[in-house]
Design a protein around this ligand. Structure first.
Ligand SMILES: [Zn+2]
Length: 323
């Protein structure tokens, strides 16, 4: 059963979205962007649920015919387009199929609502194929594009959408929510996830803190030339290696901060300050910037939707430290 929820920190954005509807100037396309773990997709689903509801007031009623069909995932006027597998692209035939469907008049609801998520996973051909529908949508069509990386979308796609940028909530609100969810070490987790509550909860549920601590130990081993790079790169590859790369990036950024700011800077990894200070001492800042550049490029390749040789990627990133 699909019963979308509205996370408490999204209430201001929610009010903004519903105002478009109540004031009768609903754009035919929105681009919801913001860092991962803020609940953007959930918000898009909740807004779709609202637009499709027959008794909408401040929220979807949850009991009308379209609400019930929505919950049963059988509402014909609602479309969701995503990669068929996590990490893959949204193919042109998927977008063509969606655009074809959107030419129909709504069958039951007032609108046809389509969510494309994550929108940056559209290939250029897919995005170009969506453009025609974005330019000349049939009446009563609302498209909700959702992305963590708006700059990866074609500018022509971005410019045809009403852009809604979602920010991380106030730390106090995020902490309260995480504590109510029973998440331990909420403060550390929030620092690690740039304040994104759902990402923090996800970290906690998968024991990411323990995994991250292991990977940090590995990294310190590399800095001290006490770890066999090849063995390490194989180990990282077997775990979820894009996360290892993200951690590495955030440690390098913290080390750069430690070198460049006189007073103790705000770190993303305050719990690792000792190890980071040690590492920062050993490395000239120019070298750290170079390592940062390398790891950022590796992340882009690892998350860019095309298949990569993970082993080679990790070897390159890790060997650079011991050369
Ligand atoms: Zn309803």
């Amino acid at each position: 059963v699909n019963k979308p929820i509205l996370y408490p920190w999204l209430t201001p954005v929610w009010q903004l979205l519903t105002r478009y509807h109540t004031q009768a100037h609903l754009p035919h396309a929105f681009l919801l962007s913001g860092i991962s773990g803020l609940g953007k997709q959930a918000l898009a689903e909740y807004f779709a649920y609202y637009l499709l509801c027959q008794n909408k007031a401040e929220a979807p009623c949850g009991v009308c015919k379209t609400c019930r069909l929505f919950q049963a995932e059988t509402l014909p006027d609602y479309y969701q387009t995503s990669p068929e597998k996590v990490g893959k692209t949204i193919r042109i035939d998927q977008i063509r199929q969606l655009c074809q469907a959107l030419t129909l008049t709504p069958q039951i609801a007032e609108y046809k609502v389509a969510i494309v998520c994550p929108a940056e996973r559209m290939t250029n051909a897919s995005a170009n194929s969506l453009l025609k529908t974005l330019e000349e949508p049939t009446p009563n069509t609302v498209m909700l594009l959702v992305t963590d990386f708006p700059h990866r979308l074609l500018p022509t796609v971005r410019s045809r959408c009403q852009q809604v940028v979602i920010a991380a909530p106030e730390p106090a609100q995020a902490l309260t929510w995480l504590q109510a969810e029973g998440v331990e070490h909420a403060e550390t987790l929030l620092a690690l996830t740039s304040g994104a509550p759902l990402a923090a909860r996800n970290y906690a549920s998968q024991d990411w803190l323990a995994k991250r601590a292991t990977v940090f130990k590995d990294f310190l081993g590399i800095l001290q030339h006490q770890t066999d790079v090849l063995a390490l790169s194989q180990r990282w590859q077997k775990s979820y290696y894009p996360a290892c790369l993200h951690w590495l990036m955030s440690w390098i950024i913290d080390m750069i901060r430690l070198k460049m700011v006189a007073s103790p800077p705000d770190l993303a990894n305050p719990d690792f300050i000792q190890g980071l200070q040690q590492g920062a001492k050993q490395q000239p800042v120019t070298v750290l910037f170079k390592r940062l550049d390398e790891v950022q490029r590796a992340i882009q390749q690892a998350t860019g939707g095309i298949s990569v040789n993970a082993q080679m990627l990790l070897d390159d990133v890790l060997y650079a430290w011991v050369k």
